[in-house]
Design a protein around this ligand. Sequence first.
Ligand code: PLP
Ligand code: TYF
Length: 394
Amino acid sequence: MFETLKPQPADKILALMQMFREDPRDNKIDLGVGVYKNAEGLTPVMRAIKAAEHKLWEEQTSKSYVGLAGDPAYGDAMIKLILGDAVARDNIAAAATPGGTGAVRQAFEMIKMANPSAKVHVSDPTWPNHVSILQYVGIETVTYRYFDRETRGVNFDGMIEDLKLAAKGDVVLLHGCCHNPTGANLNETQWQDVIALMNERGLIPMIDIAYQGFGDGLEEDALGVRLVAAGCPEVLIAASCSKNFGIYRERTGLLMAVAQDKGLQVVNQGTLAFLNRQNYSFPPDHGARLVTMILNDDALRADWMAELEEVRLGMLGLRTDLANELQRLSGSDRFGFLAQHRGMFSLLGTSPELVEKMRLDNGIYMVSDSRMNIAGLNTATIPVLAKAIIDAGV
Ligand code: PLP
Ligand code: TYF
């Protein structure tokens, strides 16, 4: 049987991580995988997570199974964090998943189950896993224009033109905030326009939100997802706690299905539980429990929010510093987009050849599409990167 298997394509982001590890140069700079790093290059356990883990160790008396959809308190706390009061709780079905990837996978399976002929429209570019999982699940994928390679902002006219071609019942996958890989995001008016178009054409939004709190703030980053949830009849939302709680390896995510028609909530909830059971039975609990403890405890929550804000402001500062340094070296404003982008990533918008050149000449590791993880920088490496970008002729 095994002899029939073929080698599978590697994930280019994870392959880069391995390449970085194997590079012997001391001055190498890792701008690859989307993991937050502080100025010392470390990914620390957040203070509130440590405190919650300590408390959990003291108080937890059983590790018996929870429910197929995870602990309902986790769903409630996350729904409040992401959606605020945008939608009545009765309209939302929710299930814990292994990370945001698990939520994305289960969302695609739910789409496939509900409407096998639905296509999913993804931004060009998007997180490579979106495309790869869609293909694996057997859903036809279509891209819509998103990134303007000149301005490095959103090509909104192109996006709208392309979405107008989508058929009724198709799904439109949107990034809730901090677009991966570009860093370019919709503003409020653009969100409203996309919602109007989706409703006009009977398209179903799916939102992937993996960086709430990394862009303009916890509430600000939820603006788009809240507008969509309140403004469209049906929405799928895949959320990740990996980044904003710094619990990457705990695999903590949530899938929500929002339906304005209350009658659908029960079947949706049952479907999410069923899909969990088919794939892994019970979702992981440890990370979800820590998140719930933090969100439901005033002191832990305040400390988590304070640390998340430090992380966010640190990345914004790095963006400004890098844009300023590039302005100084180039004598032009053409890198100003770096300060406008939000979240962990910016797409520099250069060729794979120049990305390769910067890796070989300067030990700078960015993804081949020229995505940079801004959190991989610090005050010492910003001038090095800026000089390499100019030297390479970007
Ligand atoms: N969606 C996007 C856009 C991402 O960038 C990520 C990466 O972290 C995820 C989902 C899921 O991450 P995880 O499965 O680690 O929670
Ligand atoms: O885009 C990133 O770098 C993060 C981390 O298969 C990641 O989202 C990368 C690849 C992958 C899973 C997570």
